[in-house]
Design a protein around this ligand. Structure first.
Ligand SMILES: NC(=O)c1ccc[n+]([C@@H]2O[C@H](COP(=O)([O-])OP(=O)(O)OC[C@H]3O[C@@H](n4cnc5c(N)ncnc54)[C@H](O)[C@@H]3O)[C@@H](O)[C@H]2O)c1
Ligand SMILES: O=c1ccn([C@@H]2O[C@H](COP(=O)(O)OP(=O)(O)O[C@H]3O[C@H](CO)[C@H](O)[C@H](O)[C@H]3O)[C@@H](O)[C@H]2O)c(=O)[nH]1
Length: 330
């Protein structure tokens, strides 16, 4: 297939673009590099450095694209609480522009990066796709709004669409991983402490209703996530919008993640107990029942230490290649 990958210079988009190329697809990446890195765009992909909203109509206008994988977004929960207007514009308005460009060009397939944040604080775990969607922050609300828009495009205009609700993505693949200028995600931050780039890791909340008092998340390996995108793309059916949760079904607490990072790196990691972070739920763990039944997908990388080890190898390779973008000892 000929595919547009928006956000293909970012963490998830670059790995998915790489896997799509390995599967023989033709890939055009559109990315404005607002958070991504030009050198993460896989060799073999055509790269258009531009905002998705301004590029969509022109790029798709040739009419010979089979589908879009839409990763481009703002995705920091805390930032979305402080500047929601940025999130409604960047995520919702620009995605509506993309959907219109798909409609006018007759581009039929869409795989969309949705999120566990659409569910908010769940009543029970593991979370199924039928769980109530009550986002606790504007980021989750914008992603949920797009999910609703996609459903109506599928019904009215025949779009073949799939929303993938990722839980916490981690690890690296093919020399591609998390390398953000502003990093907020737990595993890369903890590993930056291990690498000596930061002094300590803050533990946001030690009084959650969990076994050790710290928040629990479901960490999914980026390679497993990319495989789910390929299955979702290939199985998309016209006039149908499917929604799948993507996780491993197992949760790990913040302290368990830090312990894993200590085992993998062989280094002691300094921690500091801190207040809860605004917008955070206590526990997010995915049910994989639907995606396994309908797409035949199941995670293959379920060992947390192995996921962390891939992220650690990647971080060390950045140092060697002097490509590391994060803060040092901040
Ligand atoms: N990383 C996770 O754990 C996680 C979890 C759930 C959902 N997601 C979703 O997955 C997607 C990718 O996340 P990521 O972690 O790779 O983030 P990222 O910031 O690494 O990648 C996003 C990419 O999109 C680009 N971009 C942003 N706005 C753009 C615009 N208007 N036009 C063109 N390019 C634009 C950025 O430059 C960047 O390269 C996002 O939609 C995010 O909401 C991520
Ligand atoms: O310095 C830190 C950073 C994070 N955490 C904690 O570690 C856990 C994981 O935090 P991340 O920031 O790594 O990930 P989130 O769970 O907040 O969010 C991720 O998963 C969500 C869905 O579950 C969204 O999709 C979002 O885009 C994605 O970043 C949370 O309890 C958070 O409070 C800390 O204790 N200290």
């Amino acid at each position: 297939m000929k595919l547009l990958v928006t956000g293909g210079a970012g963490y998830v988009g670059s790995v998915c673009a790489q896997r799509l190329l390995e599967c023989g697809h033709t890939v055009v990446v559109v990315d404005d590099l607002s958070t991504g890195n030009a050198d993460a765009v896989p060799a073999g992909a055509e790269f258009v450095e531009e905002d998705v909203a301004s590029a969509a109509e022109r790029v798709l206008g040739s009419g010979d694209f089979d589908g879009v994988l839409h990763f481009a977004a703002r995705s920091l929960v805390g930032e979305s609480v402080v500047t929601p207007e940025t999130y409604w514009n960047a995520n919702v308005v620009k995605t509506l522009t993309l959907l219109e460009a798909m409609r006018s060009s007759g581009t039929g397939r869409l795989v969309f990066s949705s999120t566990a944040a659409t569910y908010g604080s769940p009543d029970s775990v593991p979370i199924t796709e039928d769980a109530p969607t009550r986002p606790t922050n504007p980021y989750g609300a914008t992603k949920l709004a797009i999910d609703h828009a996609i459903t109506s495009y599928a019904v009215a205009h025949g779009l073949a669409a799939c929303s993938l609700r990722y839980f916490n993505v981690a690890g690296a693949y093919a020399g591609l991983g998390e390398n953000r200028l502003v990093e907020t995600h737990l595993i890369p931050l903890v590993l930056q402490v291990a690498a000596g780039h930061r002094d300590e890791i803050s533990v946001f909340g030690t009084d959650w209703p969990t076994p050790d008092g710290t928040a629990v998340r479901d960490y999914i390996h980026i390679h497993d996530l990319a495989e789910a995108h390929i299955l979702a793309l290939e199985s998309a059916r016209p006039a149908t919008h499917r929604v799948y949760n993507l996780g491993t079904g197992t949760g790990f607490s913040v302290r368990e993640v830090i312990s894993s990072c200590e085992r993998v790196t062989g280094r002691t990691i300094a921690t500091r107990d801190a207040p809860r972070r605004a917008g955070d739920p206590a526990v997010l763990v995915a049910s994989g029942a639907r995606v396994q039944a309908e797409l035949g997908w199941r995670p293959r990388h379920t060992d947390l230490d192995a996921i962390v080890a891939d992220a650690w190898t990647y971080l060390q390779s950045l140092g060697a290649r002097e490509r590391y973008r994060g803060a040092v000892r901040s």
